[in-house]
Design a protein around this ligand. Structure first.
Ligand code: ATP
Ligand code: MG
Length: 737
């Protein structure tokens, strides 16, 4: 098969330029990922490069899998030997081999966000710091930022001297790292950081991988952070056959430490780098591409690019204003049904994208009502559910008994009469003797000092011992079933027999089938391999393009994907661009939101819908925001005329939760001229739904509904003597009582 056939001249050039550093800088849908895939195939087939000498880094496990499949189709041999993986899975592989050189054991556990939070809480307690002053999420964010910049705890301690608050943060960071090491655990950022550390302190290990990976490729390079960048540079510094592809306009992980400079500076870092620009877009219609170009051109500090396409003009963009989020969702649902009937589309041709996960719920409600099958990516993740975490906790302890955090999670689940006092005592001994929790309870002599709890602790230690022995013999699925039986976990849930417990049992079954699947399909199935796989799955990895269902996901997870029809909902100031980016008046933050918008628009192949609602209830607050500035950045001629939703009566009015209404900020006063308001119109009301208000004539009543009505708010109040009245809040001088 001719591997460069069907590529345009620039794409061909990128495939043929196999030696030396190459930067492929190109806009969305220009075939970057396609070029990478063809390049790998070309290396193997034409250049006789051994597949295992190639490392390709992708953004998600799903992308990795797809790339492998495509290479498989193209060359039909050796694809399984290529390292195609995410940064995290590649690093975990490296660490599993050699992490003992930097003081961890190879059976280390990977902690997720919930574990991290639990550990930070322990640190705050031990240091006697108030969680109010050091909110857990904030602390974790700070620590993560440091790790992404490769700043260790001790370095941070040094940097922070003299700054009271930073000093305290440094103490938390130091203790947190100590605890992680004690539990033989790594958090997500550590996975990269520790690999860099391993390479720096053990040049022999680095050399091994440098020799091995003669060809390195990185997709979505614009989203690498300093740590990842360093890692790539270290690995590539010997052969310098490094090909990175990216789009500075699609850098959307600034908050995670992604460093857009990495891509802009590539030419400086690799002096003889060849830069290839791809400018033809193969994905979208002219209209969609023009819209994307028009929006992104409002950003400064970007490399100029002119994307064009030979594709047809296509449908105009449907910009849709609705009264509220229910009408919006209803519009999306109806439109999908209509397009399926009219144009013979399938459910899987549609994607609904939004800024935050919380926005999916209402869309889901309406999809259910219309019987539209959908797939939700994100939300409460499967692996964060209690029963799943409990079971994984057992598996982790079986594999890595030094994992105190997991051990404490399960020691009394199901209840075994081992209370907090006992746990506290064991911990004290553990800390005095510098032992792990499990080592303490395994020592009969020590345990016998714990009085009545002694036999319970011993029984628990024995249970873990038995399960450990079993883990050597059977499959992962058998091990999970054994845990469920021997611990009585399943029996307890069955006896509970509530809706909730039934759901938990369903989830457990799902985990069992996941394990069965793993046992059958993994190359070398093992307990650690299974735990690794479940720790590293991102939401997006659960997305199956074959499944005929509408896809719902955040704009962030949509990166790299494409769909014929795309709806972006919640196109409102304060939602998208986000509230934080708007109030901070930080242009960088708004520019990042704009890049996210560019990512969203360019996911669409045939038709794009941009929806905004005049009022929206989100997380219990009703907000009245005006249309997103990104909509006003679109040229009028790209927007379909009259694409305004009819003022339908709210179909879900009855089931809508009544919640607090608060109007908290003044929307953006910029470019949107058609519905500009003076700021005083938007000042918050002092009351919300459910509150009691007083009216001079009608007396005291309960607020039932609040709607934005141009210069004022229309408030529906139920008065005991006069019934329900619709009043203009300011005109009627309603007061909170
Ligand atoms: P993104 O920036 O969104 O990641 P990308 O630059 O990686 O996009 P691809 O996903 O590789 O772009 O390609 C976009 C679409 O265009 C795909 O459907 C791909 O198959 C198609 N495509 C790319 N190059 C060509 C080509 N030369 N001829 C025909 N189709 C192409
Ligand atoms: Mg791509």
């Amino acid at each position: 098969m001719n591997l460069v056939e069907g590529l345009n001249p620039k794409q061909k050039e990128a495939v043929l330029q196999t030696e030396g550093p190459v930067l492929i800088l190109a806009g969305a849908g220009s075939g970057k990922t396609r070029v990478l895939t063809h390049r790998i195939a070309y290396l193997i087939q034409e250049k006789n490069v051994l597949p295992w000498k190639i490392l390709a880094i992708t953004f998600t496990n799903k992308a990795a899998k797809e790339m492998r499949e495509r290479v498989d189709q193209l060359v039909g041999k050796g694809a399984e030997e290529i390292w195609v993986s995410t940064f995290h899975s590649a690093c975990v592989k490296i660490l599993r081999r050699d992490i003992d050189k930097i003081g961890y054991s190879r059976s280390f556990t990977i902690y997720d966000t919930a574990d991290q939070k639990a550990l930070i809480k322990e640190c705050l307690k031990e240091l006697n710091y108030n969680e109010k002053n050091y909110p857990v999420n904030y602390v974790l964010g700070e620590i993560s930022n440091q790790k992404n910049e490769l700043i260790s705890a001790s370095e941070y301690e040094k940097n922070s001297a003299g700054d009271f608050r930073k000093e305290k943060l440094a103490h938390i960071y130091t203790l947190y790292q100590k605890k992680l090491a004690g539990n033989n655990a790594l958090d997500f950022d550590d996975i990269i950081f520790k690999t860099v550390e391993l390479f720096i302190y053990h040049p022999d290990v680095l050399e091994h991988y440098q020799n091995r990976f003669e060809y390195i490729m990185v997709d979505e390079y614009q989203d690498t952070n300093t740590a990842q960048y360093r890692l790539v540079r270290l690995l590539a510094s010997k052969h310098e056959n490094l090909c990175v592809v990216g789009d500075d306009d699609q850098s959307i992980y600034g908050w995670r430490g992604a460093n857009i400079r990495n891509i802009l500076d590539f030419e400086k870092d690799f002096k003889n780098a060849k830069v290839i620009k791809l400018e033809q877009n193969y994905r979208s219609t002219k209209v969609i591409l023009d819209a994307a170009n028009a929006v992104i051109k409002n950003n400064y500090g970007r490399k100029a690019k002119a994307l064009w396409t030979e594709n047809e003009q296509g449908d105009l963009i449907d910009v849709r204003e609705t009264e509220n989020e229910h009408e919006e969702a209803e519009f999306v649902a109806n439109e999908i049904v209509k397009q399926i009937e009219k144009r013979g589309k399938e459910y899987k041709d549609f994607a609904v994208l939004y800024r935050t996960n919380a926005q999916s719920r209402v869309v889901e409600e309406h999809f259910i009502k219309h019987g539209i099958p959908y797939r939700l990516l994100g939300g409460v993740r499967f692996y964060e559910r209690k029963e799943i975490k409990d079971l994984l906790g057992y598996l982790r302890v079986i594999l890595n008994p030094s994992d105190d955090l997991s051990l404490k999670r399960i020691i009394n689940v199901p209840k075994r009469g081992i209370g907090d006092t006992t746990i506290g005592k064991v911990e004290e001994v553990a800390s005095n003797y510098d032992m792990s929790f499990f080592d303490v309870i395994r020592e009969d002599e020590i345990v016998s000092q714990f009085g009545r709890a002694a036999s319970k602790l011993k029984k628990f230690a024995d249970l873990i011992g038995v399960l450990q022995a079993q883990s050597q013999l059977g499959t992962v699925m058998e091990l999970i079933e054994n845990v469920l039986e021997r611990t009585g976990y399943l029996k307890e849930l069955e006896e509970e027999n509530t809706e909730e417990s039934k759901e938990r049992i369903q989830n457990i079954k799902e985990l069992i089938s996941k394990a069965a699947d793993y046992d059958q399909n993994a190359e070398e199935p093992s307990l650690e391999g299974f735990l690794e796989e479940v720790s590293l799955v991102a939401d997006i990895d659960n997305y199956d393009a074959e499944n005929n269902a509408v896809v719902l996901m955040t704009l962030h997870s949509a990166k790299g994907l494409e769909f014929p029809y795309v709806f972006i909902t919640g196109m409102e100031e304060g939602i998208f661009p986000s509230y934080m980016s708007v109030v901070s008046e930080n242009e960088d933050a708004v520019e990042e939101e704009r890049r996210l918008c560019y990512v969203g628009i360019t996911r669409a192949r045939q038709k794009l819908y941009l929806c905004y609602a005049k009022s929206r209830m989100l997380r219990g607050l009703t907000q009245y925001n005006r249309a997103s500035r990104f909509i006003s950045e679109l040229p009028q001629e790209l927007i379909a005329v009259g694409s305004k939703a009819k003022k339908a009566t709210d179909p879900l009015a009855g089931i809508r939760p009544k919640n607090k209404v608060l109007h908290t900020y003044t929307p953006y006063q910029g470019a949107v001229s058609n519905n500009a308001n003076s700021s005083s119109d938007n000042s918050p009301l002092e009351f919300g739904c459910g509150d009691l208000v007083k009216h001079i004539k009608f007396g005291v009543g309960t607020v039932e509904d609040i709607r934005y009505a141009g210069a004022d708010y229309e408030v529906t109040v139920l008065f005991p003597k006069f019934g329900s009245k619709k009043l203009m809040a300011r005109l009627a001088k309603l007061k909170l009582v």
